[in-house]
Design a protein around this ligand. Structure first.
Ligand SMILES: C[S@@+](CC[C@H](N)C(=O)[O-])C[C@H]1O[C@@H](n2cnc3c(N)ncnc32)[C@H](O)[C@@H]1O
Length: 439
């Protein structure tokens, strides 16, 4: 295979575009020369050639035959582009210090900046020569290159700034973010339904035809679960059920039918708009307003009394909480002795590289933002005091489901995780359904 080599020659006497054009053409006529660029302002020619067909000396000779003096540009001889790069380098240093970013972390961005700046600079020079213009003021071209370069740097600066800020999210900030996203989703899609076909399909698969016919339109339109806890909670007439993160009430309305008018059904959700829509669903279901009690609240800190409930159900919610221990301790506290949880939630099937999970957490990305390994999750359930944990079902998410869930409640509300990170967790994100008893 031909061995490509690059060389920069310093040339005397090519101060005009015509001379530069002459040198370029002379070089391009040499067998083995692949690319040639001559810059009158910088007084150089950059040549890419096949080293098996032509040598440095032959190239110099060709230029001399065209009437110019040439020599190989010495190491350290600073051209305009090099000076420009030095300027970038200094800016880059300042930036890394300002944000305390290890240089290695943005080397990739930096290399991009350098490459782009060099290319733009070269393209500008070529263009001027091609149009017979004089390069009167090389600063113009440098500025173009710098503009692109600085654009990239600013982009890198912004990226790092945002990541740094988001990484510092407190538990309260996470909850506000979650409530804001679900609130906007509820307000926009209660009437027209979730536009995501994958989420729509999921709901149809999770609930039976009979259940779907009983679910009020608003609750169905805003359904965002990953299971159907009522289907395995074994609810009995007269029982008291609390739904953690009830959303617009899909499971609450089904639970209300199971426990009947003698039972008690309570929904808790952190998002006021979801609670409002839950009220709407209740009315659509034809229930009197008092049949379902709803509270705007945080499942980590409930305002419900001890030993109130027979069952706590939850559908794709605890994954969103930053303090899962607190949520399960609250479930334990409000359950009667012998009471049970029937949970549908998302976990990783194995431990994931902390660097990747940190990135998901940095934007609290959909339902992977708060995901932990199944083993750790079930340990939290045990530590809260629950026993007899029985996994009812596991479903490994398909790539399409994973994308939809990682941007829950929708790409308009949640920044999409890096596809490379999603690829790493592909096949390792599971929706689990389980029962556990307060023994
Ligand atoms: C993925 S949606 C599921 C909603 C509902 N369970 C369903 O199946 O449609 C998650 C819900 O959990 C609620 N949520 C998130 N964190 C919460 C918290 N700490 N306390 C109470 N609700 C929370 C959100 O407001 C949202 O309505």
């Amino acid at each position: 295979m031909a061995k490509s080599q690059e060389i920069t020659l310093k040339i005397e006497g090519i101060a005009t575009p015509c001379c530069a054009k002459e040198v370029k053409e002379a070089l391009l006529n040499v067998k083995g020369v692949k690319k040639a660029f001559a810059c009158p302002k910088r007084g150089i020619a950059e040549i890419e050639f096949d080293a098996e067909k032509v040598t440095d000396e032959q190239l110099i000779k060709v230029i001399e035959e065209a009437g110019f003096k040439a020599k190989v540009k010495e190491e350290g001889e600073e051209g305009e582009l090099q000076a420009l790069m030095k300027k970038f380098e200094a800016e880059f240093e300042k930036l890394t210090q300002k944000y305390n970013i290890p240089k290695k972390d943005i080397t990739e961005h930096w290399n991009l900046v350098k490459k782009e700046a060099a290319e733009v600079y070269q393209r500008c020079c070529e263009w001027s020569l091609g149009h017979g213009l004089e390069i009167k003021d090389a600063e113009v071209y440098c500025q173009s290159a710098m503009l692109v370069g600085f654009g990239k740097l600013l982009w890198a600066e912004q990226t790092f700034k945002i990541e740094k800020e988001i990484k510092k999210l407190t538990d309260n900030e996470i909850k506000n973010l979650v409530a804001d996203r679900y609130g906007k989703f509820a307000a926009k899609y209660a009437e027209i339904g979730n536009p995501c076909p994958i989420r729509k399909k999921q709901v149809k698969e999770l609930y039976s035809g009979e259940e779907l016919s009983l679910i009020p339109k608003t609750a169905l339109n805003l359904a965002l679960g990953c299971g159907n806890p009522v289907s395995f909670a074994n609810l009995k007439s007269g029982e008291t059920v609390v739904d953690f993160g009830c959303g617009a009430g899909i499971d609450l309305t089904l639970a209300a039918r199971k426990v009947g008018p003698e039972g008690r059904v309570i929904g808790v959700d952190i998002t006021p708009q979801m609670i409002e829509k839950e009220g709407q669903s209740e009315a659509e279901a034809g229930f009197p307003a008092e049949r379902i009690e709803e509270h705007i609240g945080d499942i980590e800190k409930l305002k419900l009394p001890d030993s109130l409930a027979d069952v706590v159900i939850s559908n794709c919610v605890i994954i969103l909480t930053p303090n899962k221990e607190a949520a399960y301790q609250e479930a334990f506290r409000i359950l009667k002795p012998g009471g049970r949880v029937a949970i549908s939630d998302m976990v990783f099937s194995e431990k994931i590289d902390p660097e990747i999970t940190e990135r998901f957490q940095s934007t609290w990305a959909g339902v992977v933002g708060g995901a932990i390994a199944e083993k750790d999750y079930l340990e939290i359930v045990k530590q809260a005091g629950f026993g007899q944990i029985k996994i009812v079902k596991r479903h490994f998410l398909t790539p399409e489901e994973l994308f939809a869930m990682s941007t829950c409640p929708g790409t308009e509300f949640v920044p999409s995780p890096d596809p490379k990170d999603l690829e790493v967790v592909q096949g390792k994100v599971v929706s689990i359904k389980f029962i556990a008893i307060k023994s």
